[in-house]
Design a protein around this ligand. Structure first.
Ligand SMILES: Cc1cc2nc3c(=O)[nH]c(=O)nc-3n(C[C@H](O)[C@H](O)[C@H](O)COP(=O)(O)O)c2cc1C
Length: 348
């Protein structure tokens, strides 16, 4: 029954352009929230799963390892609906200090045959202050077990050399609200951002945010999100140099930089979905060899086997975005259940 409902919804949503479909899905979820989550639980099957044994990751407890990746709920609009959709945590944002509208539309595309998305959103968001107010209200209605990460970015018009100020400003309003923070220097859609993925550029950013949060009553763990192109020695060097500076974990990976042909134009942006599967798994394996800290694995997780493989390879938590679009609302619950059932056999 759930399967057929999703088939019909998917057929309809895929007739729309990708961003309109996204907005309509957000509207549906908001209606579901107003109805106390009942339709969301029905379509996701979330009521059927038991809470996994809680895992401690970067010092906080997670009821399930399944989370929604950054970029879907940039403005904290649907957080209250996510537990009923089977998620144990979510990363909101990317949040920049000031609101910005992002790149012009169209800026989100699908490749359904290959189960990919391509985006050049450009950190469209309502800004840290308003988003923190929304998070404050949402948190009152979220179940105790649900965790919220806040993904931080810089405004497009901020010079790269002043980037650390932006990350500090973006983090500031989230004191007491964020369960964890993520410094995102890996979006391909903010010019020059990825050039910050060096030890020299990241040290002042990390130490700026660490200084800020060390003054908070309860400092949240600070994570870094990297691009799939950061590999081998480059990745090891970042891990070995930045963990001693206060980085408590890694989010691997963001989208793969590339181009997409639209209306006889070649557009630059980032690919997500199936083609990231091998890359993101490989980055996880490389990082696990050198990292002493926790790792959130994200990118191309489309099956229970892949989810288990990531956990076997050392991932502490999993996130996805694109597979939710293609596999539908039952996917988070299926994944959580299969991790739980197969943990002893496949995932050890
Ligand atoms: C439309 C779209 C917007 C995204 N926006 C963000 C963002 O604002 N910040 C971020 O860190 N990652 C963003 N991402 C990347 C995802 O969080 C994730 O790292 C990536 O899509 C790989 O996972 P997936 O293959 O499961 O989609 C975005 C991805 C998509 C598809």
């Amino acid at each position: 029954m759930r399967f057929w409902v999703w088939k019909i919804i998917k057929w309809f949503l895929f007739k729309l352009n990708a961003e309109s479909a996204h907005q309509l899905s957000v509207a549906f979820i908001r209606i579901g929230i107003l109805m106390k989550g009942v339709p969301l639980r029905l379509i996701s099957g979330a009521s059927q799963i038991r809470e996994e044994e809680r895992s401690q990751v970067f010092g906080i407890s997670f009821a399930t390892r399944i989370g929604l990746a950054a970029g879907f709920d940039k403005n904290c609009e649907i957080l209250e609906g996510l537990p009923a959709l089977g998620f144990g945590f979510a990363e909101i944002g990317t949040v920049t200090p000031r609101p910005q509208s992002g790149n012009n539309r169209p800026r989100l595309f699908r490749d359904p045959d290959k189960e990919l998305l391509f985006n050049r959103m450009g950190f469209n968001n309502l800004g840290a202050s308003l988003i923190s107010e929304r998070l404050y209200s949402a948190k009152k209605k979220l179940p105790e077990y649900f965790r919220v990460g806040v993904n931080l970015g810089k405004n497009r018009d901020t010079q790269l050399e002043n980037a650390s100020r932006d990350y500090i400003k973006a983090a500031q309003p989230f004191e007491g609200l964020a369960d964890y923070l993520v410094i995102n220097v890996s979006s391909p859609n903010t010019p020059g951002l990825r050039s910050l993925q060096t030890v020299e550029a990241l040290k002042p950013i990390v130490s700026g945010v660490v200084d800020l949060i060390s003054g908070w009553r309860k400092p949240p763990p600070l994570l870094l999100k990297l691009a799939p192109e950061v590999a081998g020695e480059e990745l090891s060097l970042l891990i070995q140099s930045l963990e001693p500076c206060g980085v408590e974990g890694w989010v691997l990976t963001n989208t793969l930089s590339g181009t997409f042909n639209f209306a006889s134009e070649s557009i630059s942006g980032g690919w997500s979905g199936k083609l990231l599967s091998d890359l993101a798994r490989q980055r996880l394996i490389e990082a696990r060899r050198v990292s002493q800290k926790s790792i959130i694995s994200v990118g191309g997780i489309f099956s229970c086997e892949e989810a288990c493989a990531r956990i076997s390879a050392g991932a502490d938590l999993l996130q996805f975005y694109t597979s939710w679009i293609y596999r539908g609302p039952g996917f988070p619950v299926d994944l959580a259940a299969s991790i739980q059932n197969r943990k002893s056999k496949v995932c050890q």
